[in-house]
Design a protein around this ligand. Structure first.
Ligand code: FES
Length: 272
């Protein structure tokens, strides 16, 4: 069992929890994830490791309430215990390139932050761009400022930071002469698709972090399959990071939509 040590609402639908999980904390690297179950009958859901302290054994997760399991998780309090907390899983992000632009969209910022920290801790130049629909949804602003050399906050309606899309800022920075060895994008599929297109226009390599439905997290069930180039890859063992230029974003979006409809029905059932 894994005790919830701290719980904090970051915005109306996004929560940060610190879990006592020393075996995960000791080995976790940026980009990896865990699979948890709330209770014995619960489904398994993957969540990216947002932070880990090998000395205290604490692992931070950040999640958005989107379905039945995240709703049940969000209803738990400090002191309660999770049934399973398996990990770290997946391949760690590659911390390569001297100057990188890390882009987070919405709750994807929770995944982008440990990657930004890993580059920053190695002395690489980090430009971070985060984007949200409006001020109420902004998360991790202070943490991104601390983990980057340059930080830009964007919002669709202009109520936080600058008005505009993350792709607008990326393009403006490139045109102003910023050099990036690599762009890393983590967020909604449509955002990653258009960040990829923008970076490709300027010949900059792009890495995207894919977060499809996962079941076993071991490459056996096929739930997390993605089309990458001519191949079928599994996000849980081959990713979650992939070359954005090769990912079939449209296919990933259509699989995700089918899953969200299912989640909506399950959530309504759980609320009855
Ligand atoms: Fe089952 Fe990846 S979660 S193959």
């Amino acid at each position: 069992m894994y005790k919830i040590l701290k719980k904090e609402a970051l915005n109306p639908t996004v929560t940060r929890m610190v879990i006592d999980a020393p075996h995960v904390a000791r080995r976790a690297k940026a980009g990896q994830f865990i699979i948890l179950r709330v209770d014995e009958a619960g489904e398994r859901i993957p969540l990216t490791i947002a932070g880990a302290d090998p000395e205290t054994g604490e692992v931070t997760i950040i999640f958005q309430v989107v379905g039945k399991t995240t709703m049940l998780l969000n209803a738990m309090d400090e002191g309660q215990q999770l049934q399973d907390f398996a990990g770290p899983l997946g391949r760690p992000s590659e911390i390569e390139g001297d100057s990188v632009c890390i882009i987070g969209g919405g709750v994807g910022c929770a995944i982008a932050l440990p990657t930004a920290r890993a580059f920053h801790d190695e002395g690489k130049r980090v430009t971070a761009i985060t984007g949200f629909r409006n001020r109420d949804l902004v998360i991790l602003e202070d943490e991104f400022r601390a983990a980057s050399d340059e930080f830009h906050l964007m919002s669709d309606d202009g109520t936080a930071g600058e008005k505009g899309l993350v792709t607008d800022k990326l393009e403006a920075l490139i045109q102003a002469g910023h050099h990036f060895d690599k762009v890393i994008a983590i967020g909604p599929i449509v955002m990653m698709k258009f960040v990829t297109r923008t970076a490709q226009k300027y010949g900059i390599p792009v890495v995207v972090s894919m977060n499809p439905i996962m079941i076993d997290g071991t490459g056996m069930c096929g739930g997390c399959r993605l089309k990458v180039g001519d191949e079928i890859r599994f996000a849980c063992v081959d990713g979650p990071d992939f070359d954005g230029a090769l990912v079939d974003f449209d296919e990933a979006a259509s699989r995700n939509r089918a899953y969200l409809d299912f989640e909506q029905r399950e959530r309504e059932e759980a609320c009855r």
